[in-house]
Design a protein around this ligand. Structure first.
Ligand code: SAM
Ligand code: SF4
Length: 355
């Protein structure tokens, strides 16, 4: 799939069925849109960004609020997208976030359904904004947190902000954005012993903890398949201290997390593991991604993008933009191929794709 230049909509491939949705050649339909609102961030998580930061996108490359809303509207109204998640970089750094959320939550699919509107955030500044986000129509929220120890937080993120993240998660729950989900990445030799402590804390606070296997998306290229912490290891650590009851895999659908019911004797909750590397779920993937500079990616690990920003700014019609997006998704590969010898590390880091 070539990167499009000059605002011309590509024709849809002749063998594609006349389906208004974002379908691909392997029978998947994308109904979950991830929108990156900025590539900038105020943390420097070691698996995501180098300590000195990255070369940020120039402001004029980043979609305006109106451009974001136009594309999200197309996705919901034309493609039947019923889940929109805003991410980044750090989406709380985006000034117009509440307005974008309000516009999104007011949309309806052709069947009259409101999209679930969610956010993935590092939690910095969330304590101040949680009420406004909830009032704007946010339905769900994930806070990323890898450790409960201040020294480890500093080692992983290169910043001293653990308390701000904890305050942010609490404020989100109080604002009614419950159950708050916590995203955790475990790193060998840094926080790989912390899974049980994190789960005890999450159960106590009423959060749903999700461990995510580290993926090769760091610009430093430091990811190592042999030393990454695997889902099996995480599960073994948890099983040593908790009674876990596996949820029926048949009810998982396209959700990336395998989940378990768990109790600490006092509190009951769930815990999940997203085994993107060791147990890929590409066959059930229902995602489409839009970067902050208006590029459609049909996979986190896509090696090409489709430029909707140029089309928008060159005056393309909604029909033309919708067809370009459909063509982009038609070319989605069956799997990410991380374990293939021919696997190519994406040229964009996770923070610029939108996690
Ligand atoms: N800044 C926000 C945050 O941290 O939640 C949103 C963007 S961040 C890229 C989204 C999620 O991607 C976070 O939960 C983060 O832990 C995860 N992530 C980033 N790099 C990753 C990697 N290499 N492997 C697995 N997860 C990663
Ligand atoms: Fe920032 Fe999120 Fe990446 Fe951490 S994971 S550096 S918080 S974008």
């Amino acid at each position: 799939m070539p990167r499009l230049r000059g605002g011309t909509a590509p024709g849809l491939p002749a063998d594609r069925p006349a389906d208004p949705r974002l379908v691909d050649q392997f029978g998947r339909a994308a109904t979950d849109l991830r929108v990156s609102l900025t590539d900038r961030c105020n943390l420097r998580c070691a698996y995501c960004m180098p300590e000195e930061g990255l070369q940020w996108m120039a402001d004029e490359r980043v979609l305006t609020d109106d451009e974001v809303v136009r594309l999200v509207t197309l996705a919901v109204q034309r493609f039947g997208v019923d889940e929109v998640r805003f991410t980044g970089g750090e989406p709380l750094l985006r000034r117009g976030l509440e307005d974008i959320i309000a516009a999104t939550s007011a949309l309806r699919t052709a069947q009259g359904r409101a999209p679930e509107t969610s956010l993935t955030t590092n939690g910095l500044g969330l304590a101040r904004r949680a009420d406004r986000l909830a009032a704007a129509g946010l339905t769900r929220l994930n806070v990323s947190l890898d450790t409960l120890r201040a020294d480890r937080f500093r080692t992983i993120t290169h910043r001293d902000r653990l308390d701000d993240v904890l305050d942010g998660a609490r404020a989100a729950a109080r604002a009614g954005l419950a159950p708050v989900k916590i995203n955790t990445v475990l790193l060998r030799g840094i926080n790989d012993d912390e899974a049980p402590d994190l789960l005890r804390w999450a159960l106590r606070e009423g959060y749903q903890l999700r461990f995510i296997e580290q993926m090769p998306l760091d610009p430093q290229g430091a990811w190592d398949r042999d030393s990454m912490v695997t889902a099996d290891e995480i599960l073994a650590h948890l099983e040593a201290e908790f009674d876990l009851h596996h949820d029926d895999p048949a009810t998982r659908g396209s959700a990336p997390a395998e989940t378990w019911h768990v109790t600490d004797g006092t509190h009951i909750g769930t815990v999940g593991i997203i085994a993107s590397v060791t147990r890929p779920f590409c066959g059930d993937c229902d995602r489409t991604r839009l970067t902050a500079d208006g590029q459609v990616r049909n996979c986190l690990f896509a090696t090409s993008e489709t430029d909707l920003r140029t089309m928008l700014r060159d005056g393309a019609s909604d029909d033309e933009i919708a067809d370009a997006w459909r063509a982009a998704m038609w070319g989605k590969r069956p799997g990410h191929g991380i374990d293939d010898p021919s696997f190519l590390h994406p040229t964009r880091p996770m923070s610029a794709i939108g996690g």
